[in-house]
Design a protein around this ligand. Structure first.
Ligand code: PMV
Length: 318
């Protein structure tokens, strides 16, 4: 049996984080500059049924998935894949997982690892799963990471294309009318998404009317941003990013460091900027002027304290 290799990109949320958990739409795009990779290969020296995991980043060096706790994300990904392909006792497999996606930074590293793993393992076993099955497994594993995820991360990463996402609804592709370049800057502050999501829920329960209005305002921004993106209206997209950041501040999920990076990006000429993902830390994104210099904007953000920057360009849909 030949080895089978699969990859999956990182992602960023462009608009609509947090409100998406409450049924509002959100926009997300894949980030191909970083990726997770899984390689499945035959292991004739091991007993049938063993799936031996090597994932150096999390300290696994040849561990059978059944020796891990059932709620370990990799073990769960393997178990759900075997169930989906109907292989109760598969031939032994070595499964190596690597990733260049920064962990716990809102770039979707957990979902990307699962998507690559499911594709490599099901492909190796001769039963490559279709995207909707891969997505469903990745969503189940996301629940281990995040508790009550909206599903946006696994969706944008599985389909590897810009998405207009509404929780529980079929995927709507997102058309891009003109090239859009985005600089992603990591604040360096680790920020578990689950905590920010739980805090927003507590605040929503204290003030349901106020938060419902905030979420609805985010929904309006997202719908306007979809239109601006389709029309290739980058200045408008930037103004909407600024508006979305203000709404996220009012939800209580920004922080002084993110606000400072957002302000610095605008001073350096970005069309707009906002935090991206769970907030409180993690990443912010800035929209580069069409003929402007993304490298200069990235350098300005690094000088202002960002620990890492990535640049990604959305290509117009064909
Ligand atoms: O921190 P990230 O990039 O995984 O994004 C979380 C997005 C939230 O809307 C805050 C949560 C969710 O499940 O959609």
């Amino acid at each position: 049996m030949p080895a089978y290799r699969a990859t999956a990109p990182g992602k960023i949320i462009l608009f609509g984080e947090h409100a998406v958990v409450y049924g509002q739409p959100a926009l997300a795009v894949p980030v191909f500059a970083v990726q997770a990779q899984a390689v499945a290969s035959a292991a004739p020296d091991l007993p049938a049924g063993e799936i031996s995991l090597r994932a150096p980043a999390v300290g696994l060096d040849g561990v059978d998935y059944r020796a891990l706790p059932a709620d370990h994300p990799l073990a769960r990904g393997v178990a759900l894949t075997l169930e989906a392909v109907g292989a109760a006792t598969p031939p032994a497999v070595r499964l190596k997982i690597t990733s260049t996606i920064p962990v716990a930074a809102g770039l979707g590293s957990g979902a990307a690892v699962t998507v690559a793993l499911v594709r490599a393992l099901s492909g190796f076993l001769g039963r490559p799963l279709p995207d909707d099955a891969v997505n469903a497994i990745a969503y189940e594993v996301e629940k281990i990471h995040h508790g009550t995820p909206s599903g946006i991360d696994n969706t944008v990463i599985t389909y590897a294309r810009p998405v207009f996402f509404v929780k529980g609804q079929p995927l709507e592709p997102l058309r891009v009318g003109a090239p859009v370049t985005i600089v992603i800057a990591d604040s360096g502050i680790p920020a578990p998404t689950a905590e920010a999501v739980a805090d927003v829920r507590a605040a929503f329960q204290r003030d349901p009317e106020g938060y419902r209005a905030l979420f609805a305002a985010v929904g309006d921004v997202v719908n306007a941003a979809r239109q601006a993106l389709e029309q290739g209206d980058v200045p408008r997209l930037g103004a909407l990013m600024n508006e979305n950041h203000r709404l996220l501040q009012r939800m209580g999920v920004s922080c002084a460091t993110l606000d400072a990076l957002v302000a610095r990006a605008r001073d350096a000429g970005a069309w707009g900027a906002k935090l991206s993902g769970g907030g409180r830390g993690g990443n912010m994104i800035a929209l580069t002027p069409t003929h402007g210099d993304a490298a200069a904007l990235a350098a300005a953000l690094e000088a202002a304290g960002a620990v890492r920057t990535l640049t990604t360009t959305l290509s117009p849909s064909t």
